[in-house]
Design a protein around this ligand. Structure first.
Ligand SMILES: Nc1ncnc2c1ncn2[C@@H]1O[C@H](COP(=O)(O)OP(=O)(O)OP(=O)(O)O)[C@@H](O)[C@H]1O
Length: 624
């Protein structure tokens, strides 16, 4: 199968559940019927989300008559909304729901629709989940394919504020039944794979303890949900700060990228883990107050909308960005050395051929690190084209440029470092150690930029950042602009990962007897023989071991952290959580589906704008 075909499949199938979920959301949001409005007050009395067959007993929030009445009414309304959501799903022929009745899911259709509707009907009305009584949900911060992420407070006090990822098991169960709608979708055991992926993510996070990696605090589950309790990164995604600041100074870019690199060093060198999804969405941060610039630079034409980064304070940060934390280990793998049976990087001596394999595997993260650094410095990604075919080719051939005039004032040393990361040959690409030893990292000299940067913001405008405002208003990350910027990142990374890992798999597969890299993914894919009737033995085993995985010793760490990470009031305005995710992804994927339907081709569309179309300056490609 061609790379492009694989990519199409990746986009269509890997992300479809998220789109389905988002479609439900948009329908729920659009409901302005009188009935809906009448029920609004009652709805604000959030019903606890019940599990089928589980009685919902009154909690301390609803143990009086008034609230109980409201609860019943709201529960009734939830049924109506569920029906609407169900209809909406049917209109969209979103497979996860449309074929649900044919699946052997243990959760009946109407209950799934009800739960999804209750979860998503009103973002300001937070659901209550069975088994999460210890936590008070404060705010929804983001969502993923099968999950919602909330900021929450520990009602028992010790752990302060955390992020809780609530993962819906039932959608994972149902996604397997999509395959007949997509002829080329032939997963081995999708239910097992999806569930195993979550467990694997938790399993990997349990191994990690680093200041630049979001810590796992606890893992529990109910019948229908997994609950992953995580250290809170109160600033949200770095992505939002890039959109906000347009581009970063070299000092701030270094501050960010060094911390990401330290996290990767821990993963690669100490734990033998590859992250495989390093991108601005998965780089979170702790906010700091912005110190106004002592000598504000005059704004250049085209930079009118750029928010001033403020003073950079060495060792602390700038632009509102303090400590960096990388998150989302959903695609991560342990790279095993199957001679020593230890994860690669954990032993002092490793045979040359293994070092080579290991290097290939980890080099995917180094490529991504180059993409992130490039983007931080200029505000747009290194690889872009409106056509997915051309984009694929550009990524495969490593065709990028340090575009003039945007790169004119960025140091040659930074460009040199990037060129060692965006290097097509993984053998020549910098390792994490080489990266950290580069002069731009170790001996930062004076940086020539920021004096003059004509029209740099126009590049961002190609992504239509018109809704971005400063002050206490939130940015509109649901805009097509943000959709497209994210999509460009996602597609670029996916192309590269698939290309490089596919090539490697072929090479390694052909060499019998040579040590093989075995990711936990592959172990799972091979071992998880789940049937429709229930999880396979390996999944069960893993689930069992995960149930034992309550991480008690984090209570201390949590307490310390809660003290340290109270965001200062000024920083409050800086945060930008990932509430866009589902809507953004839905819009993007809808666009993709429409394009596929209309043209039979897959293209990225920037609302008719080419990346350079609106900038009004002729680009000069200088360095390839
Ligand atoms: N520890 C955290 N602190 C603050 N925000 C977080 C945290 N974890 C996740 N988020 C927010 O929730 C979003 C979704 O989280 P995450 O990427 O882990 O979910 P996911 O289900 O794996 O998503 P995807 O399907 O895109 O991979 C993040 O992009 C971020 O905005």
């Amino acid at each position: 199968m061609s790379t492009i075909q694989q990519l199409k499949n990746f986009i269509r199938h890997g992300k479809q559940a998220r789109a389905t979920h988002a479609d439900d959301q948009s329908h729920a949001k659009k409901d302005t019927s009188p009935h809906h409005n009448q029920q609004h007050l009652k709805n604000n009395m959030a019903p606890a989300i019940s599990e089928p067959g589980v009685n919902v007993s009154p909690t301390r929030h609803n143990n009086n008559a008034v609230v109980n009445n409201a609860y019943s009414a709201a529960a009734g309304d939830a049924h109506n909304r569920a029906a609407q959501a169900g209809n909406a799903a049917a209109h969209h022929v979103e497979p996860a729901q449309a074929v649900n009745s044919k699946s052997k899911s243990r959760v009946p259709d109407e209950n799934i629709a009800k739960i999804v509707a209750e979860e998503n009907a009103n973002r300001s009305r937070l659901p209550r989940y069975p088994g999460l009584e210890r936590w008070q949900l404060i705010e929804k911060m983001g969502d993923g394919a099968f999950s919602n992420v909330y900021r929450a407070r520990d009602l028992e006090g010790g752990l302060g504020e955390v992020a809780i990822k609530v993962v819906r098991k039932f959608e994972m169960n149902n996604i397997q039944s999509n395959k007949h709608l997509h002829p080329d979708f032939k997963p081995k055991a999708p239910k097992a794979a999806e569930r195993a992926n979550i467990l694997k993510e938790v399993q990997i996070m349990r191994l990690l303890d680093h200041p630049n990696i979001v810590k796992l605090i606890d893992f529990t589950e109910s019948k229908q949900y997994y609950y992953i309790v995580l250290e809170l990164a109160p600033g949200g995604e770095l992505f939002h700060q890039i959109v906000r600041l347009t581009y970063f100074s070299e000092e701030l870019s270094r501050h960010v990228i060094v911390q990401v690199a330290k996290a990767l060093e821990h993963l690669h060198e100490e734990k033998g883990i590859v992250h495989r999804d390093i991108k601005p969405e998965n780089i979170l941060f702790e906010p700091i107050p912005v110190v106004p610039s002592k000598h504000p630079k005059p704004k250049q034409p085209g930079d009118e909308d750029k928010v001033d980064e403020g003073e950079f304070i060495p060792g602390v940060g700038g632009g509102g960005i303090g400590r960096i934390k990388i998150a989302d280990f959903g695609l991560s793998k342990i790279v095993w050395d199957n001679q020593t049976m230890t994860p690669c990087g954990t032993v002092g001596y490793t045979a040359p051929e293994i070092v080579k394999d290991e290097r290939y595997s980890k080099s995917v993260d180094m490529w991504a690190l180059g993409c992130v650094l490039y983007t931080l410095l200029c505000g747009f990604p290194p690889f872009y084209d409106e056509s997915i075919e051309v984009l694929t080719e550009k990524v495969a051939k490593g065709q990028y440029t340090f575009l003039s005039p945007w790169w004119d004032d960025i140091s040659k040393s930074a460009q040199d470092l990037i060129s060692h990361l965006l290097c097509v040959d993984p053998e020549k690409r910098y390792t994490i150690k080489e990266f950290l030893a580069h002069p731009w990292i170790r001996e930062p000299g004076p940086t020539p930029r920021d004096e003059k940067k004509p029209g740099s913001n126009d590049m961002l405008k190609a992504f239509d950042a018109s809704k971005i405002v400063d002050g206490d208003k939130r940015y509109d990350f649901r805009s097509p602009a943000a959709v497209n910027l994210r999509e460009v990142f996602d597609v670029g990374y996916a192309v590269h990962r698939q290309e490089e890992e596919g090539r490697r798999r072929k090479q390694v597969g052909g060499k019998a007897g040579v040590s093989r890299l075995v990711g936990l993914d592959e172990i799972m894919d091979e071992d998880m023989g789940d049937s429709d009737d229930g999880p396979g033995q390996s999944t069960q085993h893993l689930e069992h071991s995960m149930r034992q995985a309550h991480i008690r010793d984090t209570e201390h760490r949590g307490r310390d952290r809660a003290r340290k990470t109270q965001p200062p009031p000024a920083a409050e305005q800086q945060k930008g959580y990932g509430q866009h995710s589902a809507a953004v992804a839905a819009a993007a994927r809808q666009q993709v589906r429409d394009h596929n339907r209309q043209k039979g081709a897959f293209e990225l569309n920037l609302d008719g704008a080419t990346l350079l179309g609106r900038r009004g300056v002729k680009p000069v490609a200088r360095v390839a």
